[in-house]
Design a protein around this ligand. Structure first.
Ligand SMILES: [Zn+2]
Length: 243
């Protein structure tokens, strides 16, 4: 067993960890979340607007019925007043007063209904605008979900390949080395092994002692950094270039 296999395992494990993070915190997921939130807000506004419209239309309907009744009353009064049937001056005066009051009520109601119709039109424009936004954001959300699904499928595929490689690699490593690697890996957050470059441990940047240096040329020797405790590994010039 060469330490090189453990080094490869560490590289693989670090790549797997990075990929896990990429899957978990994928920026495309945030894009989906933000579109979902936007859509939720627009749908809430739209449903509120539609509810308002329903009430305003009901109010308009009632108002129109009231107006019809008042108009009929006005017409009847008007006819009676000018029919010549009523001769009593006092009564005619009363009727004129009543007619004016009904007329005023009618005009006020007409004014109110006009305002209501304008408000309804404005709400209708708002609802149409929101419905347009809803359609747009829905389409965008669908696209984003698709992009995320594709990305996750791609990353999942990469992950499978890495896990496959890892299985293959682990089968070549003796259990006691694996156990050691796991221990150190936990202790050093995945950086169990450290390379030695120019006699410096890359784990802690401290020079290694000359006694240790000699052992490093033995590929089977387990040499630990005296400063940080990581398992040291030294590559030849050619190997270093490959890494
Ligand atoms: Zn060290």
């Amino acid at each position: 067993m060469s330490l090189k296999l453990l080094w490869q395992l560490q590289e693989l494990d670090l790549a797997i960890e990075e990929l896990e993070l990429e899957i978990e915190n994928n920026p495309l997921r945030q894009e989906v979340d933000s579109a979902e939130e936007q859509l939720g807000n627009v749908e809430e506004a739209l449903s509120g607007t539609e509810q308002d419209l329903k009430e305003q239309r009901k109010k308009l309907k009632r108002g129109e019925l009231d107006l019809e009744a008042i108009s009929s009353e006005h017409e009847a009064l008007h006819q009676r007043l000018y029919s010549g049937e009523v001769k009593n001056i006092k009564e005619l005066e009363q009727m004129e007063i009543k007619l004016r009051s009904v007329k005023q009520k009618q005009e006020e109601l007409e004014e109110e209904l006009l305002g209501l119709m304008e408000a309804i039109e404005e709400q209708e424009r708002r609802a149409a605008d929101l419905a347009g936004q809803q359609k747009e954001i829905s389409a965008e959300l669908q696209q984003r979900r698709q992009r995320l699904d594709e990305e996750l499928a791609r990353l999942g595929n990469d992950m499978e390949k890495l896990q496959e490689q890892r299985k293959e690699l682990v089968s070549q490593i003796e259990p006691q080395y694996l156990e050691r690697y796991r221990e150190l890996s936990r202790r050093f957050q995945g950086q169990a092994l450290a390379r030695v470059i120019n006699d410096i441990c890359q784990g802690c940047s401290v020079f290694i002692s000359s006694a240790q240096r000699g052992h490093l040329y033995d590929p089977r020797a387990m040499v630990y950094c005296e400063s940080c405790g990581r398992l040291l590994i030294r590559f030849s010039e050619e190997e270093a270039q490959l890494n």
